[in-house]
Design a protein around this ligand. Structure first.
Ligand code: SF4
Length: 354
């Protein structure tokens, strides 16, 4: 394989060449990833979003890594769908803290006919605040995806989790094809796609390559690609899985960056377990998106203040939104806050909200 980095948008990756990418000498892989990253992004900017769980726990799906699954006893406190007013208050607080995108997640198999009007209303009201919106609600059929898009939802998150081959070891209550169908419905509706996976679930290198092949060979690359490191939660079947070598995670970020040059690669779940040096290696490998100042659905996210300090140490700025996304005053305010090293009300912490 050539070590010459290329930013070509490709949808014809083979497992063999992606496995070879993973096996490059570490420095060569990082060089390729950083080169591709710089061809497409400002290397010192990271996009940040806030994530709120609008309905926690008692999910009927059996994803073996997930504390929200009703199949496992993890001691997680179950919550009903959050009242719209409360969601809007959380969104306003996030906005006042500088967040420009508000992501809302519900532990559902898919939204029901009864639930749809609530989420549609949430989208409209959060949009009315002038924020970008993202949701993750489980599987969507074509009509549901269109309804959410028509309400103004900007992004929909639905992950592939792992390779098709390893998938049945992780989830049995929905198929890989179900997931691909939802992604197609989201794409057809005109919404942007947020789709990635999880590393560290006992998968082989070939599985990791297989996940990346599936993501990059979608008809359009997802605009946002969250790469999660498994957070082992007691009570889930994954709580005893062998620890992932941090270099394997960093390699996964680098490979995602090389294969999907124009996508935001998101350093997602598991960040709390990474020290500053590992996070900075992930940024060097091409990660350019994080959640901050909020619980990452049910697992803790690093203290927002630690994020602020790390950004300052690395000279990283929050990414400015494109004009196509409308008014970028929020992001400008956030950048000002970083420059001025303000700590007050800068990072919004939903886990502390009443
Ligand atoms: S990952 Fe999502 S679908 Fe799977 S159990 Fe958790 S909340 Fe449910």
């Amino acid at each position: 394989m050539s070590n010459q980095p290329s930013s070509a948008i490709r949808h014809d990756w083979t497992p063999e060449e992606v496995t070879a990418l993973f096996q490059l000498p570490f420095n060569d892989l990082m060089f390729q990833a950083q080169t591709v990253h710089r061809q497409n992004f400002d290397a010192n900017e990271v996009q940040i979003s806030t994530l709120l769980s609008i309905k926690t726990g008692a999910c009927p799906e059996d994803c073996k890594y997930c504390p929200q699954s009703g199949h496992y006893n993890t001691g997680l406190e179950k919550e009903k769908l959050m009242e719209i007013q409360r969601v809007i208050e959380e969104a306003k607080a996030a906005q006042e803290g500088g967040a420009s995108r508000f992501c809302m997640g519900a532990a559902w198999r898919s939204p029901t006919v009864k639930q749809m009007p609530y989420v549609v209303d949430m989208i409209k009201q959060v949009k009315d605040l002038g924020m970008e919106t993202c949701m993750t609600l489980g599987m969507l059929d074509g009509d549901q995806a269109q309804e959410l898009a028509d309400a103004g939802l900007d992004y929909y998150n639905h992950n592939l989790d792992t390779s098709p081959e390893y998938y049945e070891d992780i989830i049995t209550t929905r198929t890989y094809q179900n997931r691909l169908d939802t992604l197609q419905n989201v794409r057809d509706s005109g919404m942007k796609v947020c789709c990635g996976g999880i590393v560290g679930m006992g998968e082989t290198l070939r599985d990791r390559a297989g996940l990346m092949v599936e993501l990059a060979n979608l008809p359009h690359h997802p605009e946002s690609v969250p790469i999660n490191m498994l957070v082992k939660v007691e009570g889930t079947p994954m709580d005893q899985v062998e620890d992932l070598d941090p270099f394997d995670f960093i390699r996964s970020i680098a490979v995602a960056r090389i294969m999907m040059p124009e996508s935001h690669v998101r350093l997602s779940a598991g960040r709390e377990e990474m020290n500053e040096q590992m996070q900075s290696m992930c940024f060097l490998a091409g990660a350019n998106s994080i959640f901050y100042g909020c619980k990452l659905l049910t697992t803790a996210n690093p203290e927002a203040d630690a994020d602020r300090q790390l950004f300052q140490k690395l000279g990283i700025r929050p990414e400015q939104r494109n004009q196509e996304h409308g008014d970028n005053a929020q992001q400008a305010a956030l950048m000002d806050a970083v420059k001025q090293q303000r700590t007050d009300a800068f990072f919004y912490d939903a886990s502390q909200a009443s």
